[in-house]
Design a protein around this ligand. Structure first.
Ligand code: ADP
Ligand code: MG
Length: 270
């Protein structure tokens, strides 16, 4: 992995123009059905990239390519190239567990494990740890740091042993983000992370995304265009499995280059 690129800071995420995620001519089929067509894209480090487009256009499919989650379906085939953090993720020596550690994912519905809040946060850490690698104090610290990073610590610090599934949905989604953090991911992929939440919950998750901005490369799928405008630095617009346009969020919304993008952002379909 290339560690020579400057680490973007929260104050200057746009400073780094290095590329975190890259595809060249990526196509994907579910059996005979082609869901992605020759997608070529470069996603920058340290910023928030929004992925928008009508339902069924391939947003989730593209997102899942970046940590090779699509492969759990045996009938998926892909062609083309994918590089994540400067590494071809189809190289033979790629360790999928390591890949998924550095590329974390958050789903539409919060899916905490039915164990305590504390155990949720350190679950990944425990799974990946060598025997005896961490002491209780290490786990305690990781829990506190991660929960503070997602603004959940104050809510739950006195109930860490309570079951995570008893939390409100918004808190559950924060927890699902928090449990990625002890693994020190470089990239966080979020697939419509607010779609199960009300307006207040949505705002809370957007606040937390902006808190994480610059520390992690984030890609967020959303069908909520207002959210894409508020929350993302750059946007990708997809239509029927193709990447139509990629640009700064304000450019893409205010001055789209492609007619299809214009139709979409003006709400004419999807
Ligand atoms: N596991 C799957 N098996 C077969 N077809 C799928 C699967 N997942 C998605 N598709 C199809 O691929 C296309 C893109 O889906 P998806 O990536 O989920 O779109 P989006 O997230 O933009 O709504 C759709 O036509 C969908 O029906
Ligand atoms: Mg989807």
């Amino acid at each position: 992995m290339d560690n020579s690129s400057p680490t973007p800071t929260q104050d200057s995420p746009a400073q780094s123009d290095s590329i975190a995620l890259e595809t060249r001519d990526l196509s994907l089929w579910y059996g005979d059905f082609q869901a992605l067509f020759n997608v070529t894209v470069e996603i920058k480090h340290g910023i928030i990239t929004g992925l928008i487009g009508p339902s069924g256009c391939g947003k989730t499919t593209l997102l899942r390519c970046f940590n090779r989650v699509n492969e759990r379906y045996g009938y998926v085939t892909t062609t083309g190239e994918m590089r994540v953090l400067d590494k071809n993720i189809y190289d033979e020596d790629v360790n999928i567990l390591e890949l998924r550690k550095s590329v974390g994912m958050v789903f539409q519905r919060p899916n905490p494990l039915p164990i305590s809040i504390y155990d949720n946060v350190i679950f990944g850490m425990r799974v990946h740890a060598d025997k005896g690698q961490y002491k209780k104090a290490d786990y305690d610290e990781a829990v506190e740091v991660a929960l503070k990073e997602v603004f959940l610590w104050d809510d739950v610090k006195d109930m860490l042993k309570k079951k995570a599934t008893g939390l409100q949905l918004e808190q559950q989604q924060k927890l699902c983000i928090a449990r990625l953090l002890p693994l020190k991911p470089k990239v966080i992929l979020m697939d419509e992370p607010c779609s199960a939440l009300d307006a207040e919950g949505t705002e809370a998750i957007e606040d937390l995304m902006s808190n994480l901005r610059g520390k992690y490369t984030m890609v967020i799928v959303t069908h909520n265009m207002a959210q894409a405008r508020r929350a993302s630095d750059e946007c990708l617009f997809m239509l029927m499995g193709k990447l139509i346009e990629h640009g700064d969020t304000s450019q893409l919304f205010l001055n789209p280059k492609e007619k299809d993008t214009e139709n979409y952002v003006e709400g004419r379909y999807g």
